[in-house]
Design a protein around this ligand. Sequence first.
Ligand SMILES: *[C@@H]1O[C@H](CO)[C@@H](O)[C@H](O)[C@H]1NC(C)=O
Ligand SMILES: CC(=O)N[C@H]1CO[C@H](CO)[C@@H](O)[C@@H]1O
Length: 650
Amino acid sequence: LSPQAAGEPFSFGVVRSDTGNVLLDTRIGGLTVSKQFLSLTALLASKNIYGLGENTHSSFRHDLRQRTWPIFARDQGPAVDSGELNLYGAHPYFQCVENDGNAYGLLLLNSNAMDCQLLDYPAISYRTIGGVLDFYMMLGPEPESVVSQYTALIHRPVMPPYWALGFQLCRYGYGSLEELQAAVNRTRDAEIPHDVQYGDIDYMDRRLDFTYDQVNYEGFPEYVLEAKENGLRFIVILDPAINEKAASLGPSNTMADKTLCLAAIEGDYKHYDVHNLYGWAQAEPTLRAARRCTGKRSLVISRSTFPGSGRWAGHWLGDNRSIWPDMRHSIIGMLEFNLFGIPYIGADICGFFGDTTEELCERWMELGAFYPFSRNHNQIDAVDQDPGLWDSVATSSKKALEIRYRLLPYLYTLFYYAHTSGNTVVRPLMHEFPHDRHTLPIDDQFLWGGGLLISPVLAEGLTARSLYLPFDAWYDYYTGRAAERPGERVTSPAPRDVILLHIRGGHILPTQRPALNTQRGRSQPMGVIVAVGLDRRATGDLFWDDGEGAHTIEAKEFGLVRFEFVQDVLTSTIVQNVKGSLGGLKLRDFEFLGVEQKPKHVVLDGTDLPEASWSYDAENRKLVVSAEVDLNTAFTMELGSIWRYKVDMD
Ligand SMILES: *[C@@H]1O[C@H](CO)[C@@H](O)[C@H](O)[C@H]1NC(C)=O
Ligand SMILES: CC(=O)N[C@H]1CO[C@H](CO)[C@@H](O)[C@@H]1O
């Protein structure tokens, strides 16, 4: 690699053989390899660059105007207006979407502190202060395959327990068990779904791990057990921090800030080389310990992450502020962490630092209902912000979270595919429509998988927003009505209590009637939303297991059902039903979107259903059927002639 040894500038490149696109070209110069300074600059295939972290980016697609992004894990809150700061984790990884819609990813596997400079050529320039230049390239060519290949390399993401997909409530500084209970009660009294309550570090005795404050939190263990009976779970936050005194005990005093001195020796390593791996190294033993003491799948969320952390942990985006831009930027962070193989991701709903406002909290609860990790969290000196505090926020939160809970079987199935195939859960539009250039910069809308588009209102005072619907069939979630001008940007009304949602044609989403928590919800009747595609077809899957076993997927103790709709027939296929995983559940709610005309009959497994069990909404072309089918038996539902003209479907 040494340029001096070769006697001429050394360079290399990568060319995609079928298209001839140059993906990487280091002839631009700047290769340096020495013990504490390595640099490399490479031209890239296009200006569509996503990823690198952890930083707060003001756009998902990078702004290439000579931006330098530092990568060095640090307890630093995200704030886009403070410039290019290094935050909690280290992800020297990006994805580039070529001008023809193909995509590739590039990882520099190096744990030292570094800078990545993006240049308008387009090019990237790396400067790291140690390690080696160890690159891995993922060639896609679909953007979604790049993530799948990347997670095959760094490990597939962990499967979260079912309850971890429920709504979670936290604040630092309840101050007493009574105040914590008051927040839980407000949430319950407003009938807002709620699965997890937290104790933050003020539950502890003098902030010591594994203790609790026996004065202010007297009766805490008993309360946790009692709440559990009603299906509410608890997470206690641990802070395995290094106190300032220990941090200053290095061989010299190198400006150590909430960390060890970089010259400190840890076993065989210098802190200098392994600093960025601290959070990553804590995640596996923490999950192992949690599994050992609960005997269940359990959940770890870590603020500091590195490539591969997703194998054990989820992440939250850190200590943001209760302001509109921070809500807006949380979507970018969430999309980035899906590229990084950490799909269990969310930001602190209603904002961490500072006082929220009623409107901000209402809109943020609506958006947060669609974070994979949906948690309202608050700082010690800020006003209360649990959703039951204001009538408006309570009503909108209940509405949005009930939609989330209705769609949890779909979300859980997406996590199954993330865990087994490395797919994203929250997905940028450009992953589904890489050939539609309008989708490349979009970061104020996002998808759940390929089938649900979420378009939140992100600014104060607005009751409508502009959104882009790529060319395809899209149905309004609330009415079932097909969007009239797909392929165009449209403005839709979005009153304070509404988050805009569209279901994409071609998809079948499994559903379940919502309840106040997932423990109660998991036995509720299930259903499907069949969103008919432009080709009159739709497909979708349901993954189901006990929701909390540590190894159900590896042990194949789960059920998998495939739904398919072709022309006018819906069928289900039981792909797998081991140990009766699907037993006891009933499918009752069938919703068909994009049904051209009222069917003459609806036939379930050869039997005509009475007309009272179904209804057709001609204005919105929506058909709703109530019937009862055991989830663990295959069925056929035929809708007699819903099309005005026939097409040959072969
Ligand atoms: C919360 O509700 C429970 C049960 O209804 C009640 O016993 C308790 O006193 C309430 N606590 C507070 C602080 O409101
Ligand atoms: C503006 C800003 O810094 N927003 C941040 C707050 O929300 C998450 C962190 O919780 C970040 O991703 C955002 O960028």
